[in-house]
Design a binder for this molecule. Structure first.
Ligand code: FES
Length: 145
């Protein structure tokens, strides 16, 4: 994690947002891009302030996340945080994944400019929505048996 002074520096000398090397790497080579064909849940979440959207699809083995993919309709930080998030949650139970917050995702990408923290918040919001949907589905299936 960059120190506080480093993190608060918003723009490079050339005027670009000062993203970490990890954000840039994940933006250029995002992991888990796409949609799982056999997903148990697929959700979309948007941020009305910037207009960006992220889609997350999850496949479970009981209550453990077996696979995760995302589609980004957004900015570089949307892509990087979606990529980091889908890597972070694989192999986690629903309960474990529910505890992931935007600070965890920010840490995973070695920091985000303050103006881009909402991108991590959007990824978190989509994850929570997907997990709630999954829990509902599991409850529904349980009550049908
Ligand atoms: S600016 Fe909207 S998600 Fe990044």
């Amino acid at each position: 994690m960059p120190d506080k002074e480093e993190k608060e520096k918003k723009y490079t000398e050339r005027g670009f947002l000062d993203y970490s090397d990890k954000v840039i790497e994940l933006f250029k080579n995002p992991r888990n891009v796409g949609e799982l064909e056999d997903a148990d849940v697929t959700v979309q979440e948007g941020d009305p302030t910037c207009g960006d959207t992220i889609q997350i699809s999850l496949k479970f083995d009981n209550h453990t996340i077996k696979d995760a993919k995302f589609l980004s309709f957004g900015c570089a930080a949307n892509i990087a945080t979606g990529s980091a998030l889908t890597e972070m949650i694989k192999g986690k139970t629903i309960e474990e994944a529910r505890n992931i917050d935007m600070k965890d995702i920010e840490g995973e990408v070695d920091g985000l400019p303050t103006v881009k923290m909402h991108c991590a918040a959007l990824a978190t919001k989509a994850l929570k929505k997907a997990l709630e949907r999954a829990l509902d589905e599991f409850e529904k299936k349980k009550s049908e048996t």
